[in-house]
Design a protein around this ligand. Structure first.
Ligand code: DQA
Length: 144
């Protein structure tokens, strides 16, 4: 196992900062990445931080996390959280612990966000804390 934590972000998260700021806050994904890198340095961890709008790419990256012997994956699969059996299967197919992350709290939003396929395979979940969800998830990953 390496000290690398994969931080994988799904669709529309590239628009953070301008995307529905009343729900997701004003931090951009680059802001979140910068903060996480500082925290990771303090924790003695390395971060592999990525974003894609494509479901299959997230599947490929979960496989890569396994191949690379990642310590953990922080996964904000965004809308694919609620639709993707492929991501559920990928999370189940790897032994690297996956921590589900959301800026908002999907359980308090529309009904269609109440199902989490990622959550069916995730070791843990941090949601509803805005950008801080990532920081809390990284602390959890460090403690694994
Ligand atoms: C999200 C919550 C999802 O329901 C939504 O589709 C997103 C972002 C979050 O971080 O709060 O795109 O994952």
């Amino acid at each position: 196992m390496t000290d690398t934590v994969f931080v994988l972000n799904g669709p529309n998260l590239n628009l953070l900062g301008t995307r529905e700021p009343e729900i997701y806050g004003s931090a951009t994904l680059a802001d979140i990445e910068a903060d996480l890198r500082g925290q990771a340095d303090t924790l003695g961890l390395a971060i592999d931080f990525r974003q894609t709008n494509h479901e299959g790419e997230l599947v490929d990256w979960l496989h890569e996390a396994q191949r690379e012997g990642a310590k953990a994956v922080l996964l904000n699969a965004a809308a694919y959280t609620h639709t993707s059996i492929a991501l559920l299967d990928a999370c189940r197919a790897i032994t690297v612990p996956v921590i589900e992350v959301h800026l908002s709290d999907p359980t308090t939003r529309e009904d269609f966000r109440h199902v989490s396929y990622v959550g069916m395979a995730a070791a843990d979940c941090v949601q509803g804390l805005g950008a801080r969800s990532y920081a809390v998830a990284l602390d959890k990953a460090a403690a694994l």
